[in-house]
Every structure is written in structure tokens, then in C-alpha cells.
Design a protein around this ligand. Structure first.
Ligand code: CMP
Length: 148
């Protein structure tokens, strides 16, 4: 079934124009439809709010700092099974795992550390809804699906 997901190119990747371009091309090459796209930067508070579920974790502070350290690019992507396909394309969160098990994945190729890992993708239908709403408050998924 046709599904929407939220994909984010994080500050480490946006900082490098060639990497940003390569990631954009990866989206196009993998049959995603770009429904919305937005360049933005977070305050510390945005970052804390988005990642509040990780607030007890040892990496929370560095994650919050990193995600509010510079510009990002967010996309709403559509495809059948979009959530799983985008996560497969990204590869594992941890950079050593990405390098060894999925060297061709985005994180396997470009990930710097477990925190500075180039991209984000929603992990479920529920989180996709929440995250799309967070980045694109004016977007209405029901209306978009009706038009398609
Ligand atoms: P993301 O997919 O955006 O979801 C949560 C983020 O927390 C993750 O990508 C990483 O950037 C970061 N993260 C997850 N696990 C770790 C870890 N073990 N060490 C450091 N950062 C992490």
C-alpha cells in the first residue's frame, strides 16, 4: 500500500553540498515521490521536543546539540512501503554496523558516528504521522492521499 514517511538529511550531511546532492539523488533513484521538501534549522528546544523519547539515554545531550547545530532538509516521501524502504536505504544507526553489514547504505557510506549519522527516517506508521506533523504542520495526509 502507498505509504508516507518522513526523511531528514541531518546537519552533518547538509554541510557538504555534494553529499546533500548525492542523498537527494538516492531518493529519486529509489522510486520515492517527493511530496514535500523543506530546508530548516532547529532551536535546541525543537531538538529536545522531537527526541524527547530518548531523554534518558546517554547520547541524548549530544544528539540534541548536533541536531540543532545547523541546517537540515526534511522530506515527506511517498512509495509503497515507504517507511521500510527508506530505513533500508539508510542502513543501521550504528556506524560500525552500517560499515560492516551494509557498506552500500547511506550510513555505511557517509555516516561519521552513531550520532552524526547523516539521515533520519520514521520507524512506524505512528511515528511517521507524528514526525510529518512536527516538520510539516500544514500538511494534511488524508487530503493528499485522496488526490493521488
Ligand atoms: P535517528 O534515526 O535520528 O534516531 C535517534 C538518533 O539518536 C539516531 O538517529 C542517532 O543520531 C542517535 N543515536 C542513536 N543511538 C545512538 C548511540 N548509541 N550513540 C549515539 N547516538 C545515538
Amino acid at each position: 500500500v502507498l505509504q508516507l514517511t518522513l526523511a531528514v538529511i541531518k546537519p552533518d550531511a547538509v554541510a557538504h553540498p555534494l553529499m546533500l546532492q548525492a542523498l537527494h539523488q538516492r531518493i529519486l533513484d529509489n522510486d520515492f515521490v517527493i511530496v514535500r521538501r523543506r530546508d530548516l534549522a532547529w532551536t535546541r528546544e525543537d531538538s529536545q521536543r522531537f527526541y524527547s523519547e530518548h531523554s534518558g539515554r546517554f547520547f541524548y545531550q549530544r544528539l540534541v546539540e548536533f541536531m540543532s547545530s545547523g541546517p537540515m532538509r526534511a522530506y515527506i516521501l511517498a512509495r509503497e512501503d515507504a517507511i521500510r524502504h527508506w530505513r533500508e536505504l539508510m542502513g543501521p544507526t550504528k556506524v560500525f554496523r552500517a560499515r560492516y553489514t551494509s557498506p552500500a547504505s547511506i550510513r555505511g557510506q557517509f555516516g561519521l558516528t552513531d550520532t552524526r549519522n547523516t539521515t533520519h527516517g520514521s520507524d512506524s506508521v505512528e511515528s511517521a504521522q507524528r514526525e510529518i506533523d512536527f516538520f510539516f504542520p500544514d500538511f494534511c495526509a488524508e487530503e493528499w492521499m485522496k488526490k493521488e
